[in-house]
Write a protein that binds this ligand. Structure first.
Ligand code: NAD
Length: 247
């Protein structure tokens, strides 16, 4: 059995992705930062459908914790073949003139540094030049990387833009090592990320501007992620798929 690590997998898009990867036959490492009970529930759901999974704790913004998490994965006989960098944070909408450096640093620490650290550790294990047998990395970006999210969260949008550039650059660096690196840019997806959006009616307003007339479900993003990890996408690297209902 091969290993797949999904960061921030205790809920939302990460949870849906963990369930699909388990159905595809991977033993799934369900990463969580604080929500241990929810992560255990994801493992239980995977086991209930006949799959294999375990939880692995780490705040991906913390280098020592990321290194420790990958060392934990090394204890399993199975090779790491898939990494889904899903964990991400978004704060309440805020105009740039009110944005603090602290908030900016927190957003970048998780969305950019955390993604980078997990990519680095995965490449060291997947790369054929390191004795690995290749693999697939998928970075969960955002439609905000394209729009810039003016007046809402330019910090978050910029962090996702940085992720997209990381996806592109890393894909070229590791292409000859048998590792494919791609991304998915979700639009507006119904998850708890929007539970504390600030402005009343915000969720309806976000959904109303989507050409397909609705927000997406976590499962719809997980399907795109699964496809990018699969052999069906064996000749695709450095690509970022928009999964945003036409937005
Ligand atoms: P969510 O808030 O439900 O899930 C995010 C998960 O990441 C949570 O489990 C959270 O605990 C975890 N996480 C956050 N910081 C972490 C850290 N430092 N270390 C480990 N785990 C951490 O949100 P979601 O909507 O499922 O978001 C998943 C990804 O999709 C995020 O990267 C988000 O930016 C992206 N995205 C979501 C939407 C949307 O509309 N929901 C749109 C575009 C992009």
């Amino acid at each position: 059995m091969e290993l797949a690590l999904v960061t921030g997998a205790s809920r939302g898009i990460g949870r849906a992705t963990a369930l699909l990867l388990a159905q595809a036959g991977y033993c799934v490492a369900v990463n969580y930062r604080q929500r241990e009970a929810e992560a255990q529930q994801v493992v239980a759901a995977i086991e209930a459908q006949g799959g294999k999974a375990f939880t692995v704790q780490a705040d991906i913004a913390d280098e020592a914790q990321v290194v420790r998490m990958f060392q934990q994965l090394d204890r399993y006989e199975a090779p790491l073949k898939v990494l889904v960098n899903n964990a991400g944070i978004l704060f309440q909408q805020c105009r740039t003139e009110d944005l603090t450096a602290e908030r900016l640093q927190r957003v970048f620490a998780t969305n950019v540094t955390g993604t980078f650290l997990c990519c680095r550790e995965a490449v060291k294990r997947m790369g054929t030049q390191h004795g690995g047998s290749g693999g697939a990395i998928v970075n969960v970006s955002s439609a905000a990387a394209r729009t810039g999210a003016p007046g809402e969260y330019v910090d978050y949008a910029a962090s996702k833009g940085a992720m997209d550039t990381l996806t592109k650059g890393l894909s070229l660096e590791v292409a000859a090592q048998g590792i494919r690196v791609n991304g998915v840019r979700p639009g507006f997806i119904y998850t708890e990320m929007h539970a504390d959006g600030g402005e009343p009616g915000r969720v309806d307003r976000l959904a109303s501007v989507i050409p397909m007339g609705r927000g997406g479900q976590p499962q719809e993003i997980a399907e795109a992620i699964l496809w990018l990890t699969s052999d069906a996408a064996s000749y695709i690297t450095g690509t970022i798929i928009d999964a945003a209902g036409g937005r």
